[in-house]
Design a protein around this ligand. Structure first.
Ligand code: UD1
Ligand code: CA
Length: 451
């Protein structure tokens, strides 16, 4: 059975107190919406429709950035979750299969849970994802009769008896598309909120003799984000899980609570991550690499046996081959360092290719930007770049070539050559003594004037 995902993301998110649409606030470097899209991607949906309202253009383009086939349906006025799903009808006009409704502000639904919903759908016309709430608060309540879900009652409309139910509605619903839209056509807004409730389709389905049931998941999966405090709590929950997973996968985290992961960080077995390391999006670290304290990595690849940091910064496009060493206060951007290359201290390597076993001395800078364009620096295998060399790109340093410390290199250097590009030193015997005498005399004169 083919499946379409409909992700509700039209709400304003008033409590975020933000210009940014709520679903574009990020956890672990990815918008809430993208987390929801990723949960749903597990079942390989045929269609993905985002229902957007507030900030719809921004939401639509963010969705397409992550999945170019994402479609957007506009809900101009937020008249309720049922009304929201109806806005996806046109986008699904030619679609004949199941629809699963997710919320864009609920980032932690596990792929296995969605698989469970799909399995239950094979045996039931309508499936709702519920959870046992520690504090049921204002959630909608699932009214069950055995395994049959009879109806969902919203907190605002519930009797005291119904409010005592702890089995709550996550908001996630699955049904055949035609059934879903047919039932939604029947939903009215005669309720405490004067909204068109998606949840009303359950009672309507039962009244037609259709079957409905609930699948449950852990409450932690249904955590929704409505405020900055909840965003922070969601981030903490994500990080806690990411750390635990990394350690289960054989990664050593010396001080797990201080390591910050992105939604897509991949770290190989027997890698070691020291305290206070931050992984931005797009990082892969191979087995046995060492990421030392206070390093910041994003959009980069670190190969087996490489060492990064302490205090290193790897920016997008940094590619470290096996056994590369990148040391303290070194920044690498859009640069490939071949096997065994070393840049151990205080350097900027941007838009560059560094050959095998090349050694970059302390204070080396690739001057890659002329204020208008970026240019490339090529450093050959086994080259030795003297400390404090400025490599003014575009420039090529040959294999096994050397640069003298303090050189400003503006021309290519052929293989095996030594380039020295700095002022020649001149020594003046006795001149230090003379200069000191002049300066001391000056100071004495000034002190006398002041007194
Ligand atoms: C909804 C459920 C409730 C459930 C709870 C779980 C209904 C009627 N109620 O309540 O049973 O326990 O979620 O969190 O469905 N949205 C739109 N357009 C709208 C209204 C909402 O896109 O017109 C989106 C929101 O942006 C949000 C989601 O739908 O992502 C849920 O809406 P919200 O208003 O938070 O629903 P609740 O009242 O919390
Ligand atoms: Ca809500």
């Amino acid at each position: 059975m083919s499946t379409a995902l409909v992700i509700l993301a039209a709400g304003m998110g008033t409590r975020m107190n933000s210009d940014l649409p709520k679903v574009l606030h990020k956890i672990a470097g990815a918008p809430l919406l993208v987390h929801a899209m990723k949960s749903g991607a597990a079942i390989d949906p045929e269609k993905l429709v985002i229902v957007a309202g507030h900030g719809a253009d921004e939401v639509a383009s963010a969705a397409r950035d992550w999945y170019d086939r994402a479609e957007t349906a506009l809900q101009e006025e937020q008249l309720g979750t049922g009304h929201a799903v109806l806005q996806a009808r046109e986008a699904l006009a030619d679609f004949d299969g199941d629809v699963i409704v997710l919320y864009g502000d609920t980032p932690f639904i596990q792929p296995e849970t969605i698989e469970k919903i799909v399995a239950a759908r094979a045996l039931n016309d309508v499936v709702v994802l519920g959870f046992d709430a520690a504090d049921p608060g204002r959630y909608g309540r699932l009214v069950m009769a055995g395994d049959t879900l009879e109806r969902i009652v919203e907190f605002k409309d519930a009797s005291d008896e119904e409010r005592a139910i702890t089995l709550c509605n996550s908001g996630i619903v699955a049904a055949n598309a035609a059934t879903l839209f047919r039932l939604l056509d029947k939903v009215g807004n005669d309720n405490a909120a004067a909204e068109y409730y998606l949840t009303d389709i359950v009672a309507l389905a039962r009244a037609e003799g259709l079957s409905a049931t609930a699948v449950t998941c852990d409450e932690s999966e249904t955590l929704g984000v409505n405020s900055r405090a909840e965003l922070a709590a969601a981030e903490a929950a994500f990080q806690a899980r990411a750390r635990a997973e990394a350690m289960e996968n054989g990664v050593t985290l010396t001080a797990p609570d201080t390591v910050h992961f992105a939604h897509d960080t991949v770290i190989g077995r027997d890698a070691v991550v020291e305290p206070n390391v931050v992984f931005g999006p797009g990082v892969t670290v191979e087995s046995g690499a060492l990421i030392r304290a206070f390093s910041h990595l994003e959009g980069c690849h670190v190969s087996r046996g490489a060492t990064v940091g302490p205090y290193a910064r790897l920016r997008p496009g940094a590619e470290l081959a096996e056994d590369v060493h990148v040391g303290n206060f070194v920044e690498i951007k859009n640069a490939v360092l071949d096997e065994g290359a070393k840049a151990n201290h205080l350097s900027y390597i941007g838009d560059a290719h560094v050959g095998e076993k090349a050694n970059i001395g302390a204070g080396t800078i690739t001057c890659n930007y002329d204020g208008v364009m970026k240019h490339k620096t090529e450093i050959g295998a086994n080259a030795f770049i003297g400390s404090n060399t400025m490599l003014v790109a575009p420039v090529r340093v040959g294999n096994r070539a050397m640069t003298g410390s303090g050189s400003v290199i503006t021309q290519d250097i052929e293989d095996d050559a030594l380039a020295i590009a700095r002022a020649t030193q001149v020594n003046k015997p006795g001149l230090a003594t003379k200069l000191r005498e002049i300066l001391q005399a000056k100071k004495a004169k000034r002190d006398k004037g002041a007194g």
